[in-house]
Write a protein that binds this ligand. Structure first.
Ligand code: GTP
Ligand code: MG
Length: 202
C-alpha cells in the first residue's frame, strides 16, 4: 500500500472527543524517545507531520492523522519518562489506558522497542497488560540503523528468546529504521491486510 495523503486532524487528551470512530485506526506507543513520531513521519513520507524531538517527552497528546482519507494513524505520548511530575505521569497513564480500553475502532497497537535494548520491565509489563485486556498489538523494533546487521539480528533473537521464557506466543514483529526508511512496507502491508476487519459499530 502507498500512502497518498496524510493530514493532521486533531490532538486530544480524552478518547471521548477523538474523531468519530467510523474508520479503522492504528496507534503507536512505547517509551519516550523510542521513535514513534519519527516512524509515523517515515510511513507517511512527511517529516513535518508528527512533531519529533531529541528530548524525550515531546508528544503529550493523542494525535490523529488521517491517511488516504480512509484510516487513522495515532501518535501517543511515550511512557517511562522520568522527568515529569507524579501527577502528570498519572494523567498520561490514565489518558492512554482509557484510550486503549475504549477506542472502538482501534484495530491494532504498534508497541515500539529500541532495537538496541534488552527486554525492559516497563515494556514487558505493558505488553502483559495488553494481553490481559485483549488489546491486539505487534512489536516494532526501531532505530535498526544504529546497529550493524549481525548485532541487530543477534539482539532481536535474544529479545525474542527472553520473551519466550514468559510468553507462550509472540506477536507479529517488525524491524524498522525511520532514518533509513527500512521496514516500512511490512507495516503498511500489515495495515492493508487488517483494514477490512473493521466493521462499523454504530
Ligand atoms: P516522545 O514523543 O518524546 O515520546 O518520543 P518519540 O517516541 O515520538 O520519538 P521521536 O520520534 O521524537 O524520536 C526521538 C529521537 O530519536 C529523535 O532525535 C529522532 O531523530 C531519533 N530517531 C527516531 N527514529 C530513528 C531511527 O530510525 N534512527 C535513528 N538513528 N534515530 C531515530
Ligand atoms: Mg513523539
Amino acid at each position: 500500500m502507498k500512502i497518498k495523503s496524510a493530514e493532521f486532524v486533531i490532538s486530544n487528551t480524552n478518547y471521548k472527543i477523538c474523531p468519530t470512530p467510523e474508520i479503522p485506526e492504528y496507534a503507536f506507543i512505547g517509551r519516550s524517545n523510542v521513535g514513534k513520531s519519527s516512524l509515523i513521519n517515515a510511513l507517511a513520507n512527511n517529516r513535518k507531520l508528527a512533531k519529533t524531538s531529541g528530548n524525550p517527552g515531546k508528544t503529550q497528546l493523542i494525535n490523529h492523522f488521517l491517511i488516504n482519507n480512509n484510516w487513522y494513524l495515532v501518535d501517543l505520548p511515550g511512557y517511562g519518562f522520568a522527568r515529569v511530575s507524579k501527577v502528570k505521569r498519572a494523567e498520561f497513564h490514565n489518558m492512554i489506558s482509557e484510550y486503549l480500553l475504549n477506542r472502538l475502532n482501534l484495530i491494532c497497537l504498534f508497541v515500539l522497542i529500541d532495537s538496541r535494548h534488552k527486554p525492559q520491565q516497563i515494556d514487558q509489563e505493558f505488553m502483559k497488560w495488553l494481553a490481559e485486556k485483549r488489546i491486539p498489538f505487534t512489536i516494532v523494533f526501531t532505530k535498526s540503523d544504529k546497529l550493524g546487521k549481525t548485532a541487530l539480528s543477534d539482539n532481536i533473537k535474544k529479545y525474542k528468546a527472553t520473551m519466550l521464557q514468559q510468553w507462550e506466543w509472540l506477536p507479529e514483529i517488525f524491524i524498522t529504521s525511520a532514518e533509513k526508511k527500512e521496514g516500512l512496507n511490512g507495516i503498511l502491508t500489515y495495515i492493508e491486510r487488517l483494514n477490512p476487519q473493521f466493521k462499523k459499530t454504530s
